[in-house]
Design a protein around this ligand. Structure first.
Ligand code: TXA
Ligand code: MG
Length: 307
């Protein structure tokens, strides 16, 4: 693939992909995103067979991959000593984050490349992840060499990241695969990351996935000068409001979340509103990941525009 990057659709969010075995190709992904080099990238493979050349699978890791690949699950596994993946992609860690995406176009691009592709979400670092080709265009524009339009991402949230050490599984990032689905296969509750996990999940910075305007959480009665992101019966009519799921489905809400945050950002700019107020979302199913992203989007930022 040389040094060409390609924005590709996946079922979670769009990724900015390049040859994971080529240091220069990986470096220009970091540059295009404005991403700090200490934050490792997810490496995308077709299947377990492709992954096995680069990481070692414990029996638990294999069981999770067999149950959920292709799909919205990233496994952080020990890097094999002879792994050909660029050290830059994994930021010098002795582990690699790998995922086999389900989207047929992502599968086709990996298959055509014939090698694993490093692909972070296709947005400027710190901004909301793209769930359509248009979002990618708005966020990265000329920094993308090839843009593959595969329609709106079906899941709409980034993958769930699980670190597996022998028979222990730790959740580093809640995402598009629910905790309960994973625990059903693991046969045990997922551990929480250690307190010093800054290094365990370097991308999980407090402020992330952030829209331009301020976000206020768990609001049942939004102010007049706020746009409203509703959920279920917490609803407001009118052009400055959107409802993530009138039916109260966290799956539907996940698919709408990033797109609606972008739309309400634009609504605030257009109507001179001061903030987005978000309705409470229950923690069940994909609610855990939705609330995680909303909290990060609401976290204080030192630099609202460029982080
Ligand atoms: O759904 C997704 O995961 C999307 C699509 C494109 O696959 N990708 C995505 O990538 O969200 P990105 O780069 O935006 O987020 C990757 C996360 C970061 O938080 C990073 O720190 C973590 O994965 N990560 C990657 N490799 C890791 C490793 N070896 N150990 C711990 N965390 C890792
Ligand atoms: Mg990202």
């Amino acid at each position: 693939m040389g040094l060409c990057n390609a924005a590709i659709p996946t079922e979670t969010v769009y990724g900015l992909a390049a040859d994971a075995t080529n240091d220069d190709a990986v470096a220009q992904i970091f540059d295009a995103k404005g991403r700090p080099r200490f934050n490792p990238l997810i490496v995308h493979v077709r299947d377990i067979a492709m992954a096995e050349a680069y990481v070692s699978f414990s029996p638990l890791a294999r069981a999770l991959a067999e149950a959920f690949w292709p799909g919205p699950l990233t496994l952080v596994l020990p890097r094999r000593p002879d792994s050909a993946i660029s050290l830059l992609a994994s930021a010098g860690l002795d582990t690699l984050g790998l995922r086999a995406p389900r989207h047929p176009l992502a599968q086709a691009v990996i298959g055509a490349a014939g090698r694993p592709l490093a692909a972070p979400s296709a947005n400027r670092s710190g901004a909301v992840s793209p769930t359509t080709a248009n979002h990618v265009r708005e966020s990265l524009g000329e920094r993308v060499d090839v843009l593959v339009d595969g329609g709106a991402s079906a899941v709409g949230l980034e993958s769930t990241i699980i670190k597996v050490e022998d028979d222990a599984a730790t959740i580093l990032r809640p995402g598009g695969l629910s905790r309960s689905e994973i625990e059903a296969v693991a046969g045990a509750p997922l551990a929480a990351p250690r307190i010093d996990a800054g290094v365990e999940a370097p991308g999980m910075l407090a402020s992330h996935y952030a829209p331009d305007v301020a976000l206020r959480l768990s609001v049942t009665a939004p102010d007049d000068d706020e746009a409203y992101l509703g959920f279920g019966d917490h609803h407001r009519d009118g052009e400055t409001s959107l409802n993530l799921s009138r039916a109260g489905s966290t799956r539907e809400a996940a698919a709408n979340l990033f797109s609606f945050l972008r739309q309400l950002d634009a609504v605030c700019a257009e109507h001179g509103l001061k903030a987005i107020a978000a309705a409470p979302v229950p923690e069940d199913d994909l609610g855990e990941a939705i609330n995680d992203r909303l909290r990060r989007a609401a976290a204080p930022r030192s630099d609202m525009k460029t982080s």
